[in-house]
Design a binder for this molecule. Structure first.
Ligand code: ADP
Ligand code: ZN
Length: 661
């Protein structure tokens, strides 16, 4: 059943009902309610004669609506990511599944047209020499490796290579799954795919309506060959003759689901899915994740590279600006260094477009009192609240709680000062020094309306806007021909995360955002402002030198024992009562210590130790890469169960995050 309970339930089939096949839905009693479940396995002899089974009330389908492969994939996910199979089903199936009157049968009148048709069919481009070679190499790699990594710099023309691969799969009557990190951020890509592949394309993600999700699901049960373009949840769809899975921007952290369970990584699930169908996998990126590149270098994956941009365009030229020096000399305009201001003015005068990146939304990350230095914090979460000047409020980015912007300190009445800056402030400062420029902002706040995202991209694409200010949203897969300058206003806050992937993320972010510069025929320019000019990361960035960056990271990970040299499991202990959390965490840690010895960390207080009134502590396990992972997990599970049997710990959430990001 698609509900969060451990295990599965067994029922008997009364003689007057047809015997359901595996994967059909049945209506069954559970406690004092009737619920819809999916038949997962059958027994002809009772498992335990002493238990009286309840009867199935009705069989809802005439044919299975969940395939055998889906059932085994979901089982694998539940075991690997240590969560109830019900959680996996809930994530996998459209909500309509619970509607007992909804029919998944093939005889349904209309085939929903998805989405509206959009302009003329476009032809393929013919591949240039580098792309043609890459295509050949990918096919060769697949003879020996089911998974191949395509490492092609930004604008090398990876999409064109994918499209040729897709066409040959469709020609052979096979299905293709094309995963993208976030559908909303990839409209340029989906539009192009729609124009090339027409109504073979189906776009699937969690933001479409329930009815549409169910309809796509239903059609997938009786497909002709098709191209599914989807966000991570598309791995759960039924497939019949899957031939290829493309994981585009494979390095993207958003492929990992954080909350709720299943906390799965779509790249790993995709590889497992492909294995079940004997399909091939292509991971594509300009900035490989350290893990994937390690797998490629050590021969587990095939590796194909494209080092040059399409049509000989040069990678952008990068300049670093030392903010400390600039501030010291008072050569700043707000948060813009003088050289940056000048370059912006020059480019605008030439009618060029500019992207400004600041990885914080709102006006400023906090306000603090000048007298007592206290800053207003969220009442539900352990964080200061962000200033949103547009609506004159302080807002918590974790739970949405907000208060009117204080005019004086709520504690001592002193005057309040604004600290730091976000995208709103960048936008405002721009208006001051180039009032005539048309500026648009793209972040979570400006894109919460349904089509807002699309509108911002279109208006920038049509030159109705000169400057696009944004958070990481602007770094992802966008192509604009006339962007000559990209600036990173403050790269330092990319390094402030207490996470072993921090450098990897920073590199990816800077390289990806740089990749937005200089597309049509001319080398682009990138300006990065930092207080930390000596940071060795910038040497790699300046030279677009992923190889050496990778070498440095892999050496560190080896020295300090991080993935891929070990595997991490984070155990999260959460409850609204802090003393209970501390008690349970301590008890669990002591037990895990006995079982796992030095593989088990101490109890960790996370950087943000309370979110939405739930206090949290974590314990980290680091398991040797070559150890029996399944056994380690079952030993962990056993200890978690023991703790949950302690009466005071009964309602404490103890959750496991496998391979956390
Ligand atoms: P990537 O995904 O590697 O960043 P794209 O596939 O988006 O790069 O290609 C970058 C640009 O080059 C796009 O505007 C694309 O239309 C163009 N392009 C790539 N390959 C070809 C080709 N073979 N013929 C014509 N244009 C191409
Ligand atoms: Zn909050």
């Amino acid at each position: 059943m698609p509900i969060a309970v451990e295990g599965v339930y067994t029922y008997s089939i009364p003689a007057d009902l047809p015997f359901p096949q595996l994967g059909m839905r049945v209506l069954v009693p559970l406690a004092n309610k009737n619920v819809v479940g999916v038949v997962q396995s059958e027994h002809t002899t009772p498992l335990d004669v002493s238990v009286r089974l309840r009867d199935v009330i009705a069989v809802l389908d005439e044919m299975p609506i969940v395939t055998k492969e889906q059932l085994s994939l979901w089982q694998w996910i539940a075991e690997y990511y240590m969560c109830p199979i019900g959680d996996v089903m809930a994530a996998a199936l459209p909500a309509k599944i619970g509607d007992k009157t909804y029919s998944f049968s093939p005889v349904k009148k209309r085939r929903v047209h998805l989405p509206e048709y959009i302009g003329e069919i476009e032809p393929f481009h013919s591949l240039d020499a580098q792309q043609a070679t890459a295509l050949k190499q990918i096919l060769t790699c697949w003879q020996t490796h089911d998974t191949t990594l395509l490492f092609g710099v930004t604008s090398s023309g990876k999409t064109e290579v994918y499209m040729h691969l897709i066409q040959s799969q469709l020609d052979a009557g096979k299905q293709v799954l094309y995963l993208v990190p976030e559908i909303a951020l990839t409209t340029q890509l989906t539009d192009r795919l729609l124009r090339v592949f027409g109504d073979q394309v189906v776009v699937y993600h969690s933001r479409i309506t329930d009815g549409l999700r169910a309809e796509i699901y239903r059609q997938q049960l009786f497909p002709k060959s098709r191209l599914i373009v989807g966000a991570r949840s598309a791995v759960f769809l039924p497939f019949t003759n899957l031939g290829l899975v493309i994981v585009d921007e494979e390095h993207e952290p958003s492929y990992k689901q954080q909350d709720p369970a299943p906390r799965y990584h779509a790249r790993s699930v995709a590889i497992m899915l492909a294995k079940m169908y004997g399909a091939k996998v292509l991971l594509g990126t300009a900035t490989p994740s350290i893990e994937s590149y390690y797998n490629a270098r050590t021969g587990k994956y095939g590796l194909v590279t494209m080092k040059k941009r399409y049509s000989g365009l040069l990678l952008p030229k990068i300049t670093m600006i030392d903010l400390t020096r600039q501030y010291h000399r008072k050569e700043m305009y707000g948060h813009f260094s003088d050289p940056l201001v000048n370059r912006i003015k020059e480019e605008l005068a030439k009618d060029k477009q500019i992207i400004l990146f600041q990885n914080r939304r709102g006006y400023a990350p906090m306000m603090a009192c000048e007298a007592c230095s206290q800053s207003p914090r969220c009442i539900n979460c352990d964080v200061p609240m962000t200033l949103h000047l547009r609506d004159h409020r302080l807002t918590c980015h974790y739970c949405g709680y907000s208060i009117p912007m204080p005019t004086s300190c709520p504690h001592c009445g002193g005057s309040m000062k604004i600290h730091g800056f976000g995208t709103e402030r960048v936008e405002d400062e721009m208006h001051e020094f180039v009032p005539e420029a048309r500026v648009s902002r793209m972040d979570l706040d400006s894109t919460n309306k349904k089509s807002a995202h699309q509108e911002i991209i279109n208006s920038f694409g049509n030159h109705e806007v000169d400057v696009l200010v944004g958070t990481q949203m602007v770094s992802k897969g966008l192509h604009f021909d006339d962007v000559s300058l990209v600036a990173v206003l403050n790269a330092d806050n990319l390094f402030n995360q207490p996470n072993f992937r921090c450098y990897e993320r920073a590199y990816q972010m800077l390289e990806q955002v740089s990749g937005r510069a200089g597309r049509k025929g001319k080398q682009g320019e990138v300006i990065i402002q930092t207080h930390d000019i000596k940071n060795p990361l910038y040497d790699y960035i300046l030279h677009h030198d992923y190889e050496h960056f990778y070498e440095s990271q892999i050496a560190e990970r080896k020295t300090f024992n991080y993935p891929p040299f070990c595997r991490i499991i984070t155990v999260m202990i959460r409850h609204k009562d802090l003393s209970k959390v501390l008690y349970a965490a301590d008890e669990l840690q002591q037990r895990l210590r006995q079982v796992f010895a030095k593989r088990c960390s101490v109890v960790i207080e996370p950087g943000i130790a309370k979110i939405q009134n739930l206090h949290m502590r974590t314990i980290q396990l680091r398991i040797e890469a070559n150890a029996n992972y399944a056994r380690a997990k079952s030993m962990l599970q056993e200890q978690v169960k023991t703790i949950q049997q302690i009466p005071t710990c009964k309602y404490i959430q103890i959750l496991c995050d496998i391979d956390p990001m």
